[in-house]
Ligand binder design. Sequence first.
Ligand code: ADP
Ligand code: MG
Length: 696
Amino acid sequence: MADKVREEYGSLVFSDAVMQERLPRPTYKELSKVIKEGLPLDLEIANEVAHAMKEWALEKGATHYTHWFQPLTGITSEKHDSFIAPKGDGTALMQFQGKELVQGEPDASSFPSGGLRATFEARGYTAWDPTSPAFIKDEVLCIPTAFVSYTGEALDKKTPFLRSCVALDREAKRVLAHFGKTPKSVSTTVGPEQEYFLVKEKDYAERPDLIMCGRTLFGAPPVKGQELEEHYFGAIRPTVNEFMKELDDELWKLGIPATTKHNEVAPCQHELAPIFEAASVAIDHNLLTMEEMKLIASHHGLVCLQHEKPFEYVNGSGKHDNWSLAADGQNLLDPSDSPEENLQFLVFLSCVIAAVDKHQDLMRVSVASAGNDHRLGANEAPPAIVSVFLGDDLMAVVEALINHDHDFVSPDREEMDLGVPQLANIMRDTTDRNRTSPFAFTGNKFEFRMCGSRQNLSDPNVVLNTAMAEMLSEYADTMEDVGEDEFVGQTLHWIRKTLREHERIIFNGNGYSAEWPKEAAERGLLNLRTTADALPYLVEPKNIEFFTRFGVLDEDEIRARYIAKAEQYAKLLHIEANTMVCMANHRYLPALMAYCTELAASISAKADLGVESPAERGRLDALNTGIQKIVAAADDLQKENDAADAMDDPVAECRVYADEVIPKMDVLRAAVDAMEPLCGVDWWPVPTYNDILFYI
Ligand code: ADP
Ligand code: MG
C-alpha cells in the first residue's frame, strides 16, 4: 500500500519534478526563476512549457485542457477545449501552444462582476499562474489562472491575492535586509483545516432545502445532539472510512498532502487537514479538495455538505487558516535560539499583532457570508469580534516588553533577556490552546479560525498579506537611517511602541463568555455581528486607500467586490426564503392537513360509537392552530421576500434581508418545527434531524 501511495503521489501533477525531467535545462531554469522570483514570462519559454505539458497530459490520457479560475462566486470555473487541430484531410493533430497556456479568453459576462464592466465589453482574460502547478482532473489538463477584465481589472479571487503576495514579498525583504538577509522570496504558508458533513444521498434527495440551499431550513431538535461528546475523534464509521480512503488516494494523486482526518464535534461532521504549503498552492488545493469531496461522496451513496451551518442545534463547519510567513522556506514566526533571530521574530510578531488590530474590520469582512453569520458568535465558533490570542508564555514576553524597559524574568522558568536565547525554548513548550479565539498563536504560526467552511481562502489571506506588508513597510521605513550600533535599541523601541499601541487586540480569555463583548466594546474593538453590518467597512475611505497604496485592489475593484458580495448575500437569502415558503406550502401544510383529516375521522368515528377522545381532540386542536400559524407565517415571509427582492440597491437590500426577512424566516421555521413532534411519522414529508444526523 505504501509503495502504491509513493508511486501515485503527485502522478496527476505537472510538478517541479516532472518539469525538471521533461524541460530542456535552460527552459527549466528560466521557468523556476519565474515561479520562485515572480519574473515575467517569455513567450518562447511558454511555447516549450506548453509542448512538454501537452505531451505529458496526452500520456496521462487527457484530451482537453482548461484555464481553471476562481470568479467572485468563490467556487472554481472551467471551460474545456480539446487539443484537437484538424489537418483538413480528415485527420487531426493534438495541439497546445504557449499562447494558449499563457492566456485564455472566456466570456466574462455571466460571472458576477459587481458592475465592473458593461456587457458590451464583457471580454475577460485568464492568465496562467505559474506559481500553482497544472494538474489533470477527469481527463482534462487544468491550468490554474487569474481572471481579469479586458481593461485589466481583477474579476476573481486569485488576482488580488497574487498582488498581495507581491506587496508582502517586497516589504518583508526590506525588513530582512536590516537583519542582513537577502532571501530570494518571502511568501506566506497556509494549512487549511476543512470541516464538512456527510449525509446519506437518500435523505438529501428528500430535502429541497439541502438541495437548493445546502442547509436545512427546518427541523425540530433531534432527540440527541452532540452533548455526549461521543463523535469527536470517535471511531470512523465504515462507509465514511471508505469515503476518506478514496479521497486520500485521489488527493494524493493530485499532489495534495492530505494528512489528518477525524470525526468532528457534531454528528456526521468530519475534518480533513493537509500539510501546509505555499499559500497560493494551498488555496488552490483547498478548492480542489472541496470539489473532490463532493465527487467522491457520490461514489459512496453520500453527499458532502460544505455549508457553514447545515443543521441547527449542532455545530456548524469552519475552515481554519493556519498561516505563517517563510523566507526561502524558513518560517519567520518560529522562535529560534539566537538573539538576532529572536529580535527578528519579535519584529514579525509585533507586525502581525498591529496588522490584525489596524484591520479588524477587513478581517471580519473577509469572512462575512450569509452562511458564516450563523456560526460567528454562536458559542461554537469564535465571536464576531476579532482578537489575538498569544498564550501565557508569549504573553509574558509581550507584557514585559510593554511594561518594562528592562530585562525580563519569567516567573517559573529560567531567566531570560529579551532578544536572547531562551525565547525559543519557552515557546516550544507552549501547549495551551484557546479554541475560543479567532486568531491564535499556536507555536510557530497563527490560526485564523473565523473562516467559513465553504469560502475561498484568498479573501482572508489578501487582508492578512496586505496588512502585514503595511506594518513591515512601517518598520523598514523607521529603520532606514538607523546606524548599526543603534539597530538593536531602535528595534526594541519600535517593538515596544507598536505593542503598546495595539495591545487592545490581545485577548487570552474565553471568547465565548458573556463578559467579552462588553470588555471588547470598552477596548474599542469592533463587534460586527452580521454580513450586513460588516460589508460597509470594505468601502471606507481608509480601506480604499490601504488596498490602493499596496497595489492590491483599486477603488473600482473594491466597490465592485462590495456590490458583488451584497448581491450574493441578498440572492442567497432570497432563495432561502423562497425555498421555505415553497416547502411550507407544498410539503408541510399538505402533510399536516392530511394527518388532521385522519385524526378528525378517528374522532368522529369514536363519537359515533359514543366514545370520548379528549386527547385526540387536543392534538387536533394543536395541529389546527399550528396550520394557521404556518399559513400566516408563510404569507408574511413571502410578502417581505418579494418586497426585498424588488429593491434596486443591493446594499440596502442586504440590510432588509438581515433585519426584516431573516426574523420572518425564523417565525416560519418555529411554526413548522413545533408541529414535527406532533405529526405521525408516516405523514411527515421529509427526513428529520434524527434520521439525517444519525445513521450507520
Ligand atoms: P490543530 O491542533 O489546530 O489541529 P495542527 O498542529 O495539526 O493543528 O496543524 C494544523 C494545520 O496547520 C496543518 O495543516 C499544518 O500543516 C498547518 N501548519 C503547521 N505549520 C504551519 C506553518 N508554518 N504555516 C502554515 N500552516 C502550518
Ligand atoms: Mg487547528
